[in-house]
Design a protein. Structure first.
Lengths: 543, 67
């Protein structure tokens, strides 16, 4: 990773410390540190050393007073930086006061206020950053508040070398940059696994009983409520929550379902292992159920003994040292870097719901008397979609990513799909699936090549997310019907073997189709059906 | 000193100073001072820092600061 530092003050030691800390995270860094005060030239000169360096990340650190000496100019320059380094993410520190100012109470109470000017500047800067894909802001003021400027700044080094920070400041800024860069590099952890007793609530439910648990608004127990509120915020941002606790499952779930002060409820948890078995085994089981690597997990448990056990048995799991005093839980959570991100996607916001729905489906499947009963109970609806500007990207993506239930594994780009959609020689069918527990989105694609009297099934694929519910059978029937509607007498289907798609062959064989010279065939005489438990709709309504 | 100047301790001359150590530039000088302050829990004044330009001088200062 190439990182360029541009600044109005000396950032060399912060840069070097950042490189060292990233190295510890297995990220090798090459640095370019512009001489201090050179940031304007670096950004504006077309062949400046930093531009030739072609960095992946640019850090721009300009002292607050300097930024607001000409706010319009500064904003223009920062905007220019985003275009000077088009392939980089440009991280800019917001305006913060690094130099002492006399007359504290004039700040905010008079128009001459520096703080006011910096706040106004930062607002404009934020608007600019939110509209610019490769511009991100770093809140220097927050760092100074959290650790205290007295602790971070060192006047001697500012005097001697224009470096505002002492040892602690250098360390703090470097760590902050590492957290930001890890978040940008997509290293966000995916799942937070929580213990229950004395972690999510005060007390041990198995011993104290639900009525005597410490959880609510009263003095001394508010901390767990605050902690849960912040956990909820993580959930809403796409972090999966899971439980790993030594308890009786029914007793524990009773608290989660019924305690009036619980903020987190059953639906907020993607999975749980609440039993008396070994916690490391439980953790592995959770990883398998959620289809995640152990390195995507962060584990919070109030017991130092349990933490140490997981740390030593499962070194890939991140186990932060939860502070001893529950009053500190929420702040500790707020300062964990593992779930930081610069953007929230629509998928992030829905992830929790999707996992909860999947969990419910699995439970239903296990408790249903027969497979057909289970499938009927889901109220599955399949919608036949047309290729349009909204569906084409997803259709292309499915052809590129689906490996298992894929009959021919032909990969197409968006441009390919668009071309086929506009041509009379091709017909593209896509299906999205929903059931009473939620939507699975667009999950299946069939591409027909309309050649003479027999249509050819060029591509047929269904996402493994929805296999086994009748979607693939329905899509095949829909493809055949579409072929007939286009005037063909039959649909010929081929299977091209790969080392991943044996499940596709199994499906095809199960359909008991005619064979002819390597092809599978469906013609008008065949009794095509949709599975009984599935409702088929066009976008316009029932089919 | 070796860690501040990114070299091996063996490569340092017997009496290291700004004059005979190639890596001892102004930035590495600061690194050295920061490291010494942290390791020995002392604090030098601004005026003194630029004068701490050799191993012997530094050693003297550390000793007297610890009394």
């Amino acid at each position: 990773m190439k990182i360029a530092f541009l600044s109005s003050y000396t950032m060399d030691l912060v840069a070097e410390r950042t490189r060292y800390l990233l190295g510890a995270q297995k990220i090798e860094v090459e640095l370019y540190i512009a001489p201090f005060g050179q940031y304007r030239q670096e950004i504006l000169a077309p062949d400046s050393p930093s531009r030739q360096f072609a960095p992946d990340i640019v850090i721009l650190a300009v002292e607050g007073g300097e930024l607001i000496s000409d706010p319009d100019e500064s904003l223009k320059l920062i905007q220019q930086a985003s275009t000077s380094y088009p392939t980089a993410q440009v991280l800019v520190y917001t305006a913060a006061a690094l130099k002492p100012q006399v007359l504290e109470f004039l700040e905010w109470n008079s128009p001459e206020s520096h703080r006011l000017a910096m706040a106004r500047f930062n607002c404009r800067l934020a608007e600019s950053a939110q509209q610019t894909a490769n511009l991100k802001l770093l809140d220097l003021q927050r760092l100074l508040e959290q650790s205290g400027s007295d602790n971070l700044l060192d006047n001697r080094f500012y005097n001697l070398a224009l470096m505002p920070f002492g040892n602690i400041g250098i360390e703090r800024l470097a760590q902050h940059l590492v957290n930001a860069i890890m978040a940008l590099a997509g290293k966000r952890k995916k799942c937070l696994v929580l213990d229950l007793d004395n972690t999510l609530w005060g007390g041990i439910v198995g011993e104290d009983g639900i009525e005597h648990l410490k959880l609510g608004q009263e003095a001394g127990v508010r901390s767990w409520l605050e902690f849960q509120r912040q956990l909820l915020r993580l959930y809403e941002s796409g972090v999966l929550l899971a439980i790993c606790s030594k308890n009786d499952e029914a007793v524990a779930l009773d608290v989660i379902d019924k305690h009036p002060s619980m903020v987190l409820r059953r639906s907020h948890f993607a999975a749980w292992r609440i039993n008396w078995l070994d916690k490391a085994e439980n953790m592995k089981a959770l990883a398998e159920e959620l289809n995640l690597g152990l390195d995507a997990f962060v584990f919070l448990d109030d017991s130092p003994h349990e933490r140490a056990y997981i740390k030593s048995s499962l070194p890939e799991v991140t186990v932060p040292e939860l502070p001893a005093d529950p009053s500190d839980y929420a702040m500790f959570l707020a300062r964990l870097p593992y779930f930081e991100t610069f953007t929230l996607t629509a998928e992030d916001k829905k992830r929790g719901e999707l996992y909860a729905a999947e969990r419910t489906r699995k439970t239903l499947a296990e408790s249903s008397v027969s497979l057909e009963d289970f499938l009927k109970s889901l109220d599955i609806t399949i919608t036949l979609e047309q290729p349009n500007q909204f569906t084409i990207p997803r259709i292309a993506q499915l052809t590129q990513k689906t490996n298992q239930l894929n009959l021919t594994t032909r990969r197409y780009t968006e441009a390919d799909i668009r071309r086929m959609a506009e041509s009379n020689g091709w017909k593209i069918l896509a299906v999205s699936v929903s059931d009473r527990l939620g939507q699975s989105g667009l999950v299946g694609v069939a591409i027909l090549a309309l050649e003479d009297k027999t249509a050819r099934l060029d591509s047929f694929l269904v996402s493994c997310r929805v296999l086994g519910r009748g979607v693939e059978e329905a899509l095949l029937s829909a493809a055949a019907f579409a072929a007939f509607e286009c005037g063909a007498n039959g649909l010929k289907i081929e299977f091209i073997q790969t080392n991943k798609n044996s499940v596709a062959l199994t499906f095809l064989e199960k359909c008991h189709l005619h064979r002819d010279d390597g092809w599978y065939l469906i013609d008008r005489q065949d009794d095509l059906q949709y599975p009984a438990w599935i409702k088929i709709e066009n976008e316009q309504g029932p089919h | 000193m070796a860690s501040a100047f990114d070299c091996s301790p063996a490569s340092l001359p017997d009496h290291p100073s700004v004059d005979n150590v190639e890596g001892w530039d102004s930035l590495n000088h600061l690194k050295l001072i920061l490291a010494v302050e942290q390791a020995f829990n002392i604090r030098f004044s601004t005026a003194k820092i630029p004068d701490l330009t050799s191993f012997e001088v530094l050693l003297e200062e550390i000793k007297s600061a610890r009394h």
